[in-house]
Ligand binder design. Structure first.
Ligand SMILES: *Cc1c(COP(=O)(O)O)cnc(C)c1O
Length: 311
């Protein structure tokens, strides 16, 4: 203790009028800066919003696992950040999120470099398969105890889960921890070439179209073609077949399409025992997906809010 340093006890550092005025001025400056940069609610406000979103999601996933008699460690949440700014990814990373999902190559590329500049590097080496026996328990996906502790970043896994054009496949193959949306032979071949060029083995899911072609914009191969595409993916040395992905058709009862997906996955594991990933379930239907055995949930709105309109 150095005498003469720090406020004397009678100078009132504990909320005196000067301090209150300073704080009010800081807040006003923050708000003015936010308005000037058009970045909506202040950074601290946004982080709190996301923290609450993650807590609500944890509760839902926990309850869904309890109802299904499953261990929550077997369910990985991929927070889907498409259309949201890189600053949100940085908040999420600081709150303990390790898996984020993007749907467009260009958007993802720009965001990844911003997020890396903020200190959160990629972790593309992660296989994307949950292996509770090996994973460092301190690095759990969404354990609340990890959040806000400011621990050094172990790295982010960027998942790709949108429709993928073949001419973007090579780029995605260079950085994606897991491609959820492989839905064609030529796309599989393009991903394989990109992965080979990048000198890595790329984990891939075959996307299943549970509506059998009713809405081709949604992507996926019909259930009847899953096996052939899976075999083709598995035959590429630069690709690794990790399992299946699907988006439930809009409708009152996602449990039935998810059950169909689970049956396809089980069937596939007969020939490809390593294909253990089942990516299913979004903000609106994650409970049914967990009940059907999903290992990966892709959740956007429930954490980040309603999406800003696509630019
Ligand atoms: C956007 C998106 C999600 C997340 O959907 P939410 O309803 O926001 O949870 C999941 N999967 C895919 C393929 C997506 O494009």
């Amino acid at each position: 203790m150095t005498p003469g340093r720090g406020p004397a006890p009678d100078e009132g550092s504990d909320g005196g009028p000067d301090e209150a005025r300073d704080r009010a001025r800081d807040r006003a400056l923050d708000r003015a800066l936010d308005r000037a940069l058009d970045r909506g609610p202040s950074a601290a406000g946004r982080r709190d919003e996301l923290r609450r979103g993650l807590e609500r999601l944890d509760e839902r996933v926990g309850a869904a696992c309890a109802a299904a008699g499953r261990d929550p460690a077997g369910v990985r949440v991929v927070v889907t950040t498409k259309t949201w700014p890189a600053s949100d990814v940085v908040h999420l990373a600081a709150l303990g999120v390790r898996d984020v999902g993007e749907a467009r190559e260009q958007e993802a590329r720009a965001k990844r470099s911003e997020v890396a500049a903020a200190g959160w590097a990629d972790d593309v080496e992660d296989p994307g398969v949950e292996d509770p026996g090996v994973e460092d328990p301190g690095e759990g996906d969404l354990g609340p105890e990890d959040r806000g502790t400011g621990r050094p970043a172990p790295g982010l896994r960027w998942h790709f889960l949108g429709r993928l054009q073949r001419n973007k496949a090579a780029a995605v193959a260079g950085w994606a921890a897991l491609v959820h949306s492989c839905d064609g032979d030529r796309l599989a071949d393009a991903l394989a070439r990109g992965a080979e060029r990048a000198g890595r083995v790329l984990p891939v899911l075959v996307q299943v179209d549970l509506q059998d072609g009713v809405d081709p914009r949604r992507g996926g191969v019909p259930p009847a073609d899953v096996r052939a595409l899976a075999d083709r993916v598995a035959a590429h040395p630069a690709l690794r077949l990790d399992g299946l992905m699907a988006v439930a058709p809009q409708g009152p009862d996602p449990a039935r399409p998810f059950a169909r997906l689970a049956a396809l996955a089980q069937d596939l594991r007969g020939d490809h025992p390593g294909a253990s990933v089942l990516s299913a379930g979004m903000s609106g239907d994650l409970e049914q997906a967990v009940a059907a055995g999903a290992t990966h949930l892709r959740v956007g709105r429930a954490v980040l809010g309603e999406r800003p309109p696509l630019r």
